[in-house]
Design a protein around this ligand. Structure first.
Ligand SMILES: *[C@@H]1O[C@H](CO)[C@@H](O)[C@H](O)[C@H]1NC(C)=O
Ligand SMILES: *[C@@H]1O[C@H](CO)[C@@H](O)[C@H](O)[C@H]1NC(C)=O
Ligand SMILES: *[C@@H]1O[C@H](CO)[C@@H](O)[C@H](O)[C@H]1NC(C)=O
Ligand SMILES: *[C@@H]1O[C@H](CO)[C@@H](O)[C@H](O)[C@H]1NC(C)=O
Ligand SMILES: *[C@@H]1O[C@H](CO)[C@@H](O)[C@H](O)[C@H]1NC(C)=O
Ligand SMILES: *[C@@H]1O[C@H](CO)[C@@H](O)[C@H](O)[C@H]1NC(C)=O
Ligand SMILES: *[C@@H]1O[C@H](CO)[C@@H](O)[C@H](O)[C@H]1NC(C)=O
Ligand SMILES: *[C@@H]1O[C@H](CO)[C@@H](O)[C@H](O)[C@H]1NC(C)=O
Ligand SMILES: *[C@@H]1O[C@H](CO)[C@@H](O)[C@H](O)[C@H]1NC(C)=O
Length: 377
């Protein structure tokens, strides 16, 4: 409306000689055209560069947004699907787009193609089921993506992985917090060469797979409030290349984390390393990792397993020996019967052998063989 005043004065001046009625009509028409070129959508609030359409129950992005909009907030509405029709007009100046709490489920290809300057997309607090890797302008300049609390459930992280690998190579900040993620798909961050801040707070990650952080040089990595119990050497090697790491609020199992604790002792980039506490075993609960004595950190679990295995071998040996003794004892008790049995077998064999011997001799004696042949003829 700032533009309106000089224009109105001009209108009044140029139409001075017309009568009141036509002046009124013209004024109205001018205002209508003014409004449609410089409009603020109904139920939204606009300043020269911001447009805010908040909690209005919109079921789609309002049409005819002012072309000079830089920051657009469309929050707390009910927009289940975003597509190429959501932003039909070229908005060259739009850099920051906030679409939070809009119940968004699908983001289709080319949704943001008309927003070539888009730098920040905050699509947190939604229920995403799909997000096309072709949603953004090719060669887009997206630097910040906020996906906090935005997945329908953790299984849709594969959609996001595909997006991050193919659609957003300039990203420098990524927020994936509060998504209940159980794992990170392989190579999810492998294409984000410029990523500097990664927020994975309050998920359910149980491990950081080898290679997940390869190529990254983060300034801030937030892994607080996950389900990490230990970190293996290969993960520690990758963490060593990052800065500003936060690891608090994980249920560390202090039975087996000698490597981790040794590493923590040197790793000044772990900002909250003094506050990490054991969750297991019972005797070390709530003890700070850096204050546990080294001897207590060794893997008693696997030592126990070794012990269990050793006892079970001894036990097996004893059982086998006992069976052998019983067998011999039975033989001894039965020695008469066995002797009789063996004689019987011997006799049976002898009879058999004699019969065989007899037949063999007949067959091998040529005369007898001829005799039998002749008699056959
Ligand atoms: C949101 O929109 C859907 C249809 O797209 C409708 O069924 C639902 O009732 C709406 N919810 C609210 C709170 O307006
Ligand atoms: C992402 O959005 C949430 C709220 O929806 C906010 O608390 C958080 O700070 C945002 N993250 C970033 C990196 O701006
Ligand atoms: C995630 O949501 C999908 C679709 O609604 C459902 O089929 C699947 O079981 C859910 N997964 C989990 C782990 O809840
Ligand atoms: C995204 O990249 C992955 C591997 O880099 C590939 O398998 C997949 O087909 C790509 N998807 C699209 C839509 O380009
Ligand atoms: C990476 O980020 C730095 C600043 O953080 C920026 O100067 C550089 O242009 C970025 N590179 C790409 C490819 O976006
Ligand atoms: C952690 O994330 C879950 C969703 O995964 C959410 O319900 C819960 O409120 C979050 N906790 C905090 C402290 O933000
Ligand atoms: C982790 O990956 C590196 C290189 O990709 C490989 O050399 C190493 O053996 C892997 N470590 C484990 C424990 O898989
Ligand atoms: C982890 O690395 C340290 C030295 O960096 C080594 O002493 C230790 O044996 C390794 N642990 C395992 C389980 O490979
Ligand atoms: C570690 O050992 C020291 C003495 O060597 C003892 O004072 C301390 O209480 C022990 N810490 C734990 C957590 O057992």
């Amino acid at each position: 409306m700032l533009f309106a005043c000089p224009l109105l004065i001009k209108i009044v001046q140029s139409h001075k000689r017309l009568n009141q009625f036509s002046l009124g009509v013209l004024l109205f028409l001018e205002l209508v055209t003014l409004a449609s070129s410089q409009n603020c959508p109904v139920n939204c609030m606009c300043t020269s560069t911001d447009v805010k359409c908040i909690n209005q129950g919109f079921t789609a992005v309002p049409k005819h947004l002012p072309e000079h909009v830089k920051d657009l907030f469309i929050s707390g509405n009910n927009i289940s699907r975003l597509s190429v029709d959501s932003f039909p007009d070229l908005l060259n100046q739009l850099t920051d787009l906030h679409l939070t709490g809009d119940k968004i489920e699908q983001v289709e290809p080319n949704t943001f193609s008309n927003l070539p300057s888009l730098r920040l997309l905050d699509i947190s607090n939604n229920r995403l089921l799909s997000f096309s890797p072709e949603a953004f302008f090719v060669n887009n300049n997206l630097q910040e993506l906020n996906l906090s609390r935005s997945l329908y459930n953790y299984s849709y992280i594969n959609e996001i992985s595909n997006l991050l690998q193919n659609g957003t190579s300039r990203l420098s900040r990524l927020d994936l917090s509060h998504n209940d993620l159980l794992y990170l798909p392989e190579n999810i961050f492998s294409n984000l060469w410029n990523l500097s801040r990664l927020d994975l707070r309050n998920n359910s990650l149980v491990s950081i797979r080898n290679g997940t952080l390869r190529n990254l040089h983060l300034q801030k990595l937030d892994l607080r409030e996950n389900s990490l119990r230990e970190l293996r050497n290969s993960t520690l090697a990758e963490l060593s290349l990052q800065q500003g790491i936060w690891l608090g609020g994980n249920p560390w199992n202090c039975d087996c984390i000698e490597d981790l604790v040794l590493w923590l002792g040197r790793a000044e980039q772990v900002m909250d390393r003094q506050e990490l506490v054991c969750a297991e075993p019972e005797r070390l609960r709530q003890v700070r990792l850096l204050q546990v004595n080294r001897t207590e950190l060794q893997c008693t679990f696997s030592d126990d397993m070794k012990g269990v295995l050793e006892t079970s071998y001894v036990f097996l040996g004893m059982v086998l020996a006992l069976i052998g003794v019983i067998f011999l004892f039975v033989l001894y008790l039965n020695r008469k019967g066995i002797k009789r049995w063996m004689y019987n077998i011997r006799d049976a064999c002898r009879d058999h052998m004699e019969g065989y011997h007899y037949r063999y001799e007949i067959n091998s004696d040529p005369r007898l063989a001829n005799l039998s042949l002749n008699s056959d003829v």
